[in-house]
Design a protein around this ligand. Structure first.
Ligand code: GAR
Length: 196
């Protein structure tokens, strides 16, 4: 059975989808939910689900990414994860940290990568006049939002869409895509999942 740690910063809806998927014949189980924000709503949700939770407040490490990542690393290593899922984790991790977990760290990003790396993806898709938007699960490498793509879900943009409606309409697709990718990945299968 593969051990999965999930890193979050906010509400944790992707974390919930991932954790709920890991039952029955699923080849993985959640062993830790870790946040850079002790007040993240997702931590309470994880606790309510009976999951192990931890937080390292990045604000206690001003201008000290090494110190922050050192704390993250100590907690992560104690949980002995085989796979790490970034699920709305909004801190950029250093190359050294990422390399420590090379080939076993995944991220979900709210755009059809390689389009719109970084922030404000919904706004940027609208401003570009795109007809289609979506989300991507990819392997994490040292370059931001850049690693091998493991799955994508697509969504038609409508004339009435705003950044907020796009974000809201995309979220259920994220909740379908990420668990589907993790299920494959935990079996060692990196064939991309495509929805639709
Ligand atoms: C999700 O839309 C996820 O794709 C995005 O943050 C949201 C987290 O929601 N991630 C990023 O923007 C990463 N750069 P959640 O906390 O409800 O899962």
């Amino acid at each position: 059975m593969k051990r999965v740690a999930i890193l979050i910063s906010g509400g944790g809806s992707n974390m919930v989808a991932l954790a709920q998927s890991m039952t029955g014949d699923h080849p993985a189980r959640p062993v830790l939910v870790l946040s850079n924000d002790p007040k993240a709503g997702g931590l309470a949700r994880a606790r309510d689900m009976g999951l192990a939770v931890a937080a390292v407040d990045h604000k206690e490490f001003p201008n000290d990414r090494k110190g922050f990542e050192g704390e993250l690393l100590a907690i992560l290593e104690a949980a002995q994860p085989d796979i790490i899922c970034l699920a709305g984790f909004m801190r950029v991790l250093s190359a050294g940290f990422v390399q420590r977990f090379e080939g076993r760290m995944l991220n979900i990003h709210p755009s059809l990568l390689p389009k719109y790396k970084g922030l404000h993806t919904h706004r940027r898709a609208l401003d570009a006049g795109d007809a289609v938007h979506g989300c991507t699960v990819h392997e994490v490498t040292a370059a931001l939002d850049d690693g091998p793509i493991l799955g994508q879900a697509r969504l038609d943009i409508g004339p009435e869409d705003t950044a907020d409606t796009l974000a809201a309409r995309l979220l259920p697709l994220e909740h379908a895509l990420y668990p589907a990718v993790l299920r494959r990945f935990a079996r060692g299968d990196r064939t991309p999942v495509l929805i639709p």
